[in-house]
Design a protein around this ligand. Sequence first.
Ligand code: SIN
Length: 492
Amino acid sequence: MYADVVIIGGGLAGIITALQIDPHLKVVLLTKNKIKDSNSYLAQGGIAATLDDNYISHINDTMEIGHQLNNKEIVTFLVNESKKTINLLESLGVIFDQTEQGYRLTCEGGHQHQRILHIKDQTGKGILLALFDVLMNRHNIELMEDTACVDLLIHSTECHGVQIIKDNLLQPLYARHTVLATGGIGGIYVRSTNRSHLYGDGIAMAFRHQVQLCDMEFVQFHPTAFYDATGGKSFLISEAVRGEGAHLVHRDGERFMLRYHEKKELAGRDMVSQAIYKEMIACNQPCVYLDMRHLDTAYMTDRFPYIQSRCLEKGIDISKDLIPVSPVQHYVMGGVKTDLNGCTSILGLYACGECAHTGIHGANRLASNSLLECVVFGNQVASSINKSNHTRIIKIIGQNRQLKDTHDNSRYELLLDKVKAIISEYCWLSRNPCDLETAYSLLTTYYQEMLDSEDYSIAYYNCLNAISTGITICKASIHRKESIGSFIKEVY
Ligand code: SIN
């Protein structure tokens, strides 16, 4: 198989890249599950954009929340592109919530003022449903769902496509340009807001080929995922709920964020998660609560219909009850290092969206900058490819192999559970140097065992990817000595 461009991942970054590629080029868009099964589809809060000319305040908020470890030049570019980004999305059929005065803007933690556009409380879904329609009508784009990308075809310092598993056939897909848009890493944590099948696959494949990565220690924990005491599935309660006035409280009603930060519930996500974590430990409780009872029920129900109905399924009436919440893994600020054009350290290999490290987020991401990043940098990658004269394809190392229908995956499923438990315990909000060494040593042992027993199945690669991503987090966490942003290192 051959394409001019192969894009791995059908979230917002992958789709925008595909749509912005020159229609004369043949594009193959690979998704591991169905196109709707991306993290972008789950995004609730919104997309941050500077629509007036107050770029400086958006830049400053991004830098402050990132603890100044952001790349200011790239942040400035992102913010300057934000108005254009909204215009692009609207030209593709996206409709953001409006009032009679214009966009209905909201606020989230770390924003000095309201600058977040949204579509009720399912902004990702609203954006993607519009883009799917456009995508299906682009004749140069072939969508291949249920296709696992398991390796990059890298020869020396050039990428020539990917190795995929489709319908139990392991096969190469050669391409002049390969784009990693594989999204997040939530599948390697026991509790996450992410899709559970995402193991940082792009980052993991890049790691195995020594592609440059950056800042993998910076994992963001969202302060408010629904806490189900019965062990049922958790789901996100958007930060926009706090942006609209909800409080964080203990069961007795104490609004504890007043003791932690002048911005109270709207401090940066790292600060709020750490405050909740401390309170949970101090009170020996598994959760704290979100309180919306003082807010206008009609407004909150209209504004957050998805969250309201998910809470009701769990027996919680948001107008009368406290909502139990606790921090869970949400995002990774680190990833495959790219420049402003989305180029990685390997020729012909690009990255955008969550799996990329552009330098925007520093040590902690500002809420609702991620959808913006997906569009701005998906667009950058497409324009780099459109301008590129890189034509060389070397058909190397690709293999064709029919896999067994009756593969026994139980060994990898068990190992994956073990790996998730290790990462969730040792690479959590606060990390201890001894634990990190233990985790690193266990994961590298498993890694070597996996490489030795090379086995061509999706379960094998999922497990290998989870281990690889875990190693990158442990290694970076051991390396960084000081606590900053989302990364808290305990002292020996
Ligand atoms: C949220 O809605 O709280 C998540 C938004 C984000 O991750 O930026």
